[in-house]
Design a protein around this ligand. Sequence first.
Ligand SMILES: Cc1cc2nc3c(=O)[nH]c(=O)nc-3n(C[C@H](O)[C@H](O)[C@H](O)COP(=O)(O)OP(=O)(O)OC[C@H]3O[C@@H](n4cnc5c(N)ncnc54)[C@H](O)[C@@H]3O)c2cc1C
Length: 383
Amino acid sequence: MDFGLTEKQKMIRKITREFAEEYIAPVAEESDRNSELDPTVMKKMKELNYFGSCIPEEYGGAGLHNDTISFAIITEEIGRVDASWAITTGVHGSVCLYPIYRFGTEEQKQRFLIDLAKGNKIGAFCLTEANAGSDAGGVQLTAEKDGDDYILNGSKIFATNGGIAKTLLVVAKSGEKASRKVLTVFIVDTDTPGYSVGVKEDKLGVRASNTSELVFQDVRVPEENILGGLGNGFRLGLQILDYGRITIAAQCLGLAQGCLEASIKYSNEREQFGAKIGKFQGIQWKLADMATDVESARLLTYKAAWRCDQKMDYGLAGSMAKLVASEAAMKAAHQAVQIHGGYGLMKAYAVERFFRDAKMGEIYEGTSEIQRMVIANHMLKGR
Ligand SMILES: Cc1cc2nc3c(=O)[nH]c(=O)nc-3n(C[C@H](O)[C@H](O)[C@H](O)COP(=O)(O)OP(=O)(O)OC[C@H]3O[C@@H](n4cnc5c(N)ncnc54)[C@H](O)[C@@H]3O)c2cc1C
């Protein structure tokens, strides 16, 4: 057993950390306040090929499709300074590009992946609806066959990147079999007539990340845009989320790491009762618990990524990683604000933003309750 990173993985961490600190961290507070992604960061991300991290070079990517650990490290390092950017690139890569790469036809890869990998187009994954949250089977957006096309009608909510995306993976109800819904995933170009962006959500956290409602009114999608086969949408959706959860785990891990580092720094600076607060056992125990949680989250996240790279099943590992990392991030953010005292509630300190951002990890791509359900199902039934 080897817990070491390769030289390439160490280099990717170093380069991404430098990039995140130089370009993302200085504008993160402003982006959070404005609820907008910074255009200079967007431009730089494109130049450095971060939008194509998990895609082979032949489709314009950075070639980390078999190195999910590196993809996780990138997301972790971005998440260490700004969760909004981590989920923007993470969602784009893990639940839009990667599924097209893994389940798409060669024609679909050629047609969609190159622009997405270069960041010329942003991608989104659209499953959630007003009545379909934890229960993916509740999808009501319909796809009706019309000649060689399908006509999509309905709406999606809470889509990350929704308002800025040009390519969507849309889970739709394409029929019924034995009174059960049949779901299909469609690749939708947002230039298609009938498509529009609805409400842009005003959120507690990850405010710079675009979360939007998407409306489909007679949106005509050609049959060749079906991803992974007609009627395979339920299974495919779950497989897409299995990979996505590694990315969310990595984003949460980065946030927890950011909270830990900020807390250590503050504990070494702030003086009360004539001593640095880091001298007090009450503070030391918080730091010890945070560090232990961060390391647990890192081990589980990298293990899930490693299993993916080894072509082993990673659904269970991904759920465990996402559960532990999101709860580690929430606890770390809570303690980080506590360690900063009153200053922790002020915008001048990043932990104020981390605290609000942390809550999202326990909700999206399956709540903590749903992760526990998935894990328990594995335990009770196997797979
Ligand atoms: C910032 C943000 C970004 C998002 N991005 C996307 C995206 O890109 N694409 C997308 O499709 N969706 C996205 N979502 C939606 C997200 O995945 C859902 O919000 C999430 O899955 C929960 O669904 P819900 O909000 O409808 O809650 P509900 O499913 O209504 O759950 C409400 C509560 O009931 C609990 N619950 C539900 N079922 C059970 C059960 N069987 N056992 C125990 N407890 C249960 C839940 O855990 C939760 O606590 C995003 C959400 C947010 C907040």
